[in-house]
Design a protein around this ligand. Structure first.
Ligand code: 4AD
Length: 571
């Protein structure tokens, strides 16, 4: 009998080991699996003892292990065989399906093209009663729709297709030959297609959008999406955890595709309604819209967050705020607003900071500070009301933020100095870990804790001049503080920053000096104080932060079509 060698110290179980003295196995089990019962096995535990015949017990164990291994291999082979047969059967069905041809029956009435959400009876006709198989139902029309596949479900001989166009969905049913065609059998999410048929009432006890379904008599693929590893549902799963930065980065790299999921699309829809609501609300107040430039040569909110660029050889920046330009419009247009992009080179990654955000800004002429505060809260409430008046937006808000309540007026008003006292009383420390003192910038964490604990909108006013921008007007009753306001919302913190503006010429020059700003590039801003100054004020609202609050999102990144923040400028 041939001898097989096992060296437990120096042997190897790698594939192809012959088990000779020169190239021994490492384990008896592996040796037995490879060479079977017709060999004599010698085992060396160490060089001192040398090779000895395998012990009976060890051999018995090796036999057992080899048997288990054999069964596993046999089961795997059987499974592979079964899978191959299944695949071949599927392939055969698909091959046969290629022979099934469907046609758009010319004897049927020409179909009417409708949108998936169309409900106008004049266009869609009457719904055929479920179970009414007569083809000449009174008022029933032949309908044609186009869209992308949101979901496919096979049930009995039927294929249910949820067709999506924009945010509208229609349930369509393919039956008979239609459900046996190759195109129907390989249908996957995101394929775009056209379906023709009749709108039916739903069978009792079933549900579908608008309580109807399209019973197809014909369909046509417009552009097929890939299946397999490249399938949409494989590449862009819906269950990313947006609170995990790794997952959300992966998600944002695929933003062009994830936008097709329900929630991102819903957020973008609400954003559109919100923007419209601002335009309506300002129009109601006779505030005129203007479009200030994005390329500028002045800073508004401090040099540390400026994006600078070379502008035909001159230094320039991306605007941080349109405020200064809005102020220049007051004498010609009266109260003005804009909805423009602002840019901040924020060098930290937080849930509420973007490098590019949508800034709703307004400037109001000849007003006292109190009126500015009243205006800000009424604009916010009016915009919320107008948004809730849109049935789709209202439904989305209800779905993602079921506890949302329209804020009641007046908002809580709190002076900065009282906020400092509040933080001290609650033992909430500043960024250095000390008690807050007058003059501290209230950092994001402390601000969040305060807003979340008070749990209603707060208008925080009268910030010290030292922590606010150069243009802010001092309070008449306390020269240490400014007529300034931050609106804080639960779940997000500051969504609005505003103030009365210095309107005295000399005070403004002194402010430039204090901030170390060269007044030369601000000549046009200073001129406003020369030709008929006025007490005026304004504010800026971060649209993405408002959306975070309204929809209870985790971060402002979810509120942007394609968010930009430190490290991300794609897709
Ligand atoms: O408080 P800020 O910096 O005020 C201004 O820019 C004023 N010049 C506006 C004005 O009075 N016209 O910014 C105003 C608002 C903030 O409350 C916040 O909602 C938003 O703009 N904001 C940001 N949003 C997202 N990412 C950022 N990096 C933001 N910086 C400010």
């Amino acid at each position: 009998m041939a001898i097989t060698y096992v060296d437990e110290e120096k042997g190897s179980d790698a594939a192809g080991v012959p088990g000779t003295e020169a190239a021994p196995f490492k384990t008896l089990s592996q040796a037995f699996i490879e060479q079977g019962p017709d060999h004599e096995y010698v085992v060396k535990k160490n060089d001192e003892d040398g090779y000895k015949p395998a012990a009976k017990a060890a051999l018995k164990k090796a036999v057992k292990n080899a048997e288990v291994h054999r069964k596993k291999v046999a089961a795997a082979a059987e499974r592979a065989e079964r899978e191959a047969q299944d695949a071949a059967a599927r392939e055969a069905v698909l091959e046969k399906a290629k022979d099934i041809k469907i046609t758009d029956d010319a004897s049927l009435p020409a179909p009417v093209s409708i949108d998936l959400a169309e409900t106008d009876a004049a266009k869609i006709g009457t719904l055929r009663k479920s179970g009414d198989k007569e083809h000449t139902g009174e008022g029933v029309k032949r309908i044609k729709v186009q869209g992308r596949v949101q979901r496919v479900a096979k049930q009995g001989g039927l294929i249910f297709v949820w067709l999506r166009r924009g945010m509208a969905i229609m349930q369509c049913v393919l039956a008979g030959d239609l459900a046996k065609t190759y195109d129907a059998l390989v249908l996957v999410r995101e394929t775009s297609m056209e379906i023709v048929g009749e709108l039916w009432e739903l069978p009792a006890g079933t549900h579908a959008p608008l309580n109807r379904e399209l019973h197809a008599d014909f369909f046509r693929i417009i552009a097929a999406a890939p299946g397999g590893d490249d399938a949409f549902v494989t590449r862009v799963p819906n269950d990313f955890d947006t609170t995990s930065s790794q997952a959300s980065e992966a998600l944002l790299n695929l933003r062009h595709l994830t936008l097709r999921h329900d929630k991102p699309a819903a957020v973008m829809f609400v954003r559109s309604v919100l923007e419209g609501a601002f335009h309506t609300a300002y129009r109601e107040l006779a505030v005129t819209k203007v479009s200030p430039p994005a390329l500028v040569q002045t800073q508004v909110e401090g040099g540390s967050t400026l994006f600078s660029l070379d502008y035909y050889g001159e230094p320039a920046y991306l605007t941080q705020s349109s405020q200064l330009y809005l102020e220049t419009c007051l004498p010609s247009l009266g109260d003005v607003y804009c909805v423009e992009k602002s840019f901040r080179a924020e060098k930290s990654l937080t849930r509420r900071h973007l490098s590019e955000y949508t800034h709703v800004e307004a400037e109001l002429d000849f007003i006292p500070f109190e009126s500015l505060l009243d205006h800000i809260e009424s604009i916010i409430c009016r915009v919320v009301d107008l948004t809730l008046a849109d049935p789709i937006a209202a439904k989305i808000i209800k779905e993602y933020n079921p506890d949302f309540e329209r804020p009641s007026q007046p908002f809580m008003r709190m002076r900065y100095s009282d906020a400092i006292d509040w933080l001290r009383a609650k033992d909430i420390k500043n960024e250095e870990g000390n008690d807050h003192t007058f003059g501290d910038d209230i950092a994001e964490a402390a601000e969040r804790r305060m807003t979340d604990e008070i749990n209603r909108p707060i208008m925080l006013t009268h910030f010290p001049a030292g922590i606010k921008a150069f243009y802010m007007q001092r309070a008449s009753d306390d020269d240490r503080v400014t007529e300034s306001v931050d609106v804080l919302m639960p779940g997000v913190g500051e969504i609005v920053g505003g103030s009365m503006r210095i309107w005295d010429h000399d005070q403004l020059l002194a402010a430039y000096k204090r901030e170390g700003l060269d007044p030369a590039p601000y000549y046009w801003y200073t001129d406003q104080r020369k030709y008929g100054g006025s007490p005026h004020g304004g504010y800026g609202l971060g649209l993405e932060r408002l959306i975070v609050w309204l929809l209870k999102l985790w971060t402002v990144r979810e509120a942007c079509l394609y968010p930009r923040y430190m490290g991300r400028c794609r897709p």
